[in-house]
Every structure is written in C-alpha cells, then in structure tokens.
Design a protein around this ligand. Sequence first.
Ligand SMILES: [Zn+2]
Length: 89
Amino acid sequence: MTKLPVPSVGRVVHFVDIYEDGETTEADHYPAMVTWVETEHGGDDPWVVGLSVFYPDTSVPVRYFDSVSHDDQCSNQTWHWPERTRETG
Ligand SMILES: [Zn+2]
C-alpha cells in the first residue's frame, strides 16, 4: 500500500457527496480545503479534518464540514487526496 501524506491546513482534497433520488445514485467529488486538523487541537486521529467544501453553486458556494474522515473507497461525506489525472505529451 502506498503511503499517503497526512493532511495539513491549506491542502486541497476531494470531498464526496453522494446524491440518491431513488433511481440513480451519483457520487460527486468536490474540491475542499483543509481548514482544521484535529491533532492540532487535542485530537488523536491525523486523518480527521474540518473541510471548507467548494460547490459550483452561486447561492451557497462554500460549506464547512466538521470531523470529516478519510476514505479512499469514496464513501459519502468523506475526503481523499485528488485522483491522478492522465498525463499528456
Ligand atoms: Zn476524488
């Protein structure tokens, strides 16, 4: 397993928001900035962070989520490091 860096304030990660309407399930990955790290405030788990999540939405463009857990399997309302994109050239 690849070792991943622990998150720190100011890093940009993905936040997973799973939308279900009965027929379809859609998992959206939104950019989020790490704005709180629990271990810097007495917590034990370096993978639990507070995130300011950015939405393509003019009415609520940023929302804060407290105590978000890391999950590479992209379950709902968790964070992960952004996926690598294809290289060109
Ligand atoms: Zn992602």
